[in-house]
Design a protein around this ligand. Structure first.
Ligand SMILES: Cc1cc2nc3c(=O)[nH]c(=O)nc-3n(C[C@H](O)[C@H](O)[C@H](O)COP(=O)(O)OP(=O)(O)OC[C@H]3O[C@@H](n4cnc5c(N)ncnc54)[C@H](O)[C@@H]3O)c2cc1C
Length: 400
């Protein structure tokens, strides 16, 4: 019998396992794959992920990012740059492996190649069944991602409604390290390597090109209820990059994967169970950024698990729901508000890009929103204020 069983060893599960082990809990984490494992992802991180973890992650950082290039639906180009860091990129197999090793170092037991197939509710706890084994604990954390088995087994969520989940097609494209700089820089003035976001390639979403040391993450993603022929958008995006950047894109690693985009989930707990990261739907509906929220929700769950273990009171699981509502949901709700303006129509996206290009304060705000460098509710208010006071007619057209 352990104090806590965690299902899934991505950023959410690994962060929860580390924090819980540091609290002195007997933790076992079950992961179906073997790390370093691949995870389809742009690998763009907000600058404050570094501050969230209690260890150094510099060895797994690919590029420090100080600039973002936005391409509007009509092809308008905005280059938003700043002196302080706007983020960085990582390769997920390295980053996630690093986090998992840190969980083990803290004393968590990590069982890889161990797929959870079912969950049983017992009178005094939970039994987690894997292929050929079982694990018991008074408490369970579901960190098994967007396609997770735990939420379904416990009846917390049957499936994602199509307006709460996105689909992405992406590839990690190998590139000669000496070529990355050339591919990502399109003019001399735009002299710091950016991440690139193309609006208008798809509805309610975007296409991206993020630089790593020796590869590019290239992808398209959109909310599923607004999707129309994502494969075609993907092919168009790839050929546009090939044409305009003079590269041959190797698509061997092309895959598709889902990402929650519904904003704050109503229910992130079950009996003796906490859902964290993608399993809980904690992803920005504006950008698809989920790593930050995965790590933070994992740490919050570990703190609640410690209180529950000390008090031997499973009802305290409600505290997790309350903390998530008060902290993270405010951020995700504000991100949803911004998405509703930006993605409502192609003309809205175009108009927002135009305003951001003409008004440097709006450009700064856009950069903050994309890079998630300030609390989203603060950015939402600043955005509304700026639009209403400086661009009142355009604000009306946008529906603000
Ligand atoms: C194409 C794409 C691009 C993205 N780009 C970005 C980005 O640039 N920046 C960003 O912040 N976010 C991005 N995201 C979102 C980000 O990938 C997720 O939010 C993040 O991975 C969530 O972490 P997690 O630990 O909750 O889940 P995951 O990383 O999905 O980890 C879940 C883990 O659980 C394991 N697992 C699943 N089922 C079981 C089972 N039954 N038994 C045992 N183990 C199991 C899996 O093997 C996996 O290791 C992107 C997502 C997609 C799809």
């Amino acid at each position: 019998m352990h104090d806590l069983v965690i299902v899934g060893g991505g950023p959410a599960g690994a962060s929860c396992a580390r924090r819980a082990a540091l609290h002195g809990l007997d933790v076992v984490l079950l992961e179906k794959s073997v790390h370093p494992r691949d995870k389809l992802c742009g690998g763009g991180l907000a600058p404050h992920v570094k501050d969230l973890v209690d260890f150094d992650i510099s060895e797994v950082i690919e590029h420090d990012i100080y600039a973002v290039r936005l391409i509007s639906p009509s092809g308008r180009r905005l280059y938003l740059k700043r002196e302080t860091q706007a983020g960085y990129t990582v390769k997920r197999h390295k980053f996630d492996h690093h986090l998992l090793k840190k969980a083990e170092e803290a004393g968590a037991r990590v069982e890889q190649d161990t797929e959870v197939v079912a969950i049983e509710q017992l009178k005094s706890g939970i039994r987690v069944l894997t292929k050929g084994d079982s694990y018991r604990a008074p408490l369970l954390v579901a960190a098994d991602g967007v396609n997770g088995v735990v939420a379904r087994s416990l009846g917390i969520r049957k499936r994602w409604p199509s307006d709460q989940v996105g689909l992405c097609i992406a590839a990690d494209v190998p590139v000669d390290p000496g070529e990355i700089e050339r591919i990502m820089s399109v003019s001399e003035e735009e002299n710091r390597m950016p991440i690139e976001i193309h609006f208008g390639q798809v509805k309610w979403g975007y296409a991206w090109c993020f630089p790593k040391r020796d590869e590019l993450s290239v992808g398209v993603g959109c909310r599923m209820d607004r999707m129309s022929n994502l494969k075609e958008s993907w092919r168009d995006f790839v050929s546009m990059l090939e044409r305009t950047r003079g590269i041959q894109i190797n698509l061997d690693s092309t895959r598709s994967f889902r990402v929650p985009l519904g904003g704050c989930e109503k229910r992130v707990i079950g009996r003796r169970t906490m859902l964290i990261g993608d399993a809980a739907g904690l992803v920005s509906p504006f950008s698809g950024e989920g790593i930050y929220y995965a790590i933070e929700s994992g740490q919050i769950a570990a703190d609640v698990a410690k209180d529950m273990t000390t008090a031997r009171n499973p009802v305290l699981v409600r505290n997790y729901q309350n903390i998530i509502k008060k902290s993270m949901c405010r951020n995700l709700d504000a991100a949803m508000f911004i998405s509703n303006i930006l993605y409502k129509s192609s003309s809205n996206t175009e108009l927002v890009c135009k305003i951001a290009q003409e008004d440097p304060v709006m450009g700064e705000l856009m950069l903050d929103i994309i890079a998630n460098t300030k609390p989203m509710p603060e950015l939402k208010i600043a955005l509304i204020k700026r639009l209403v006071t400086r661009h009142p007619l355009k604000a009306l057209r946008l529906g603000v």
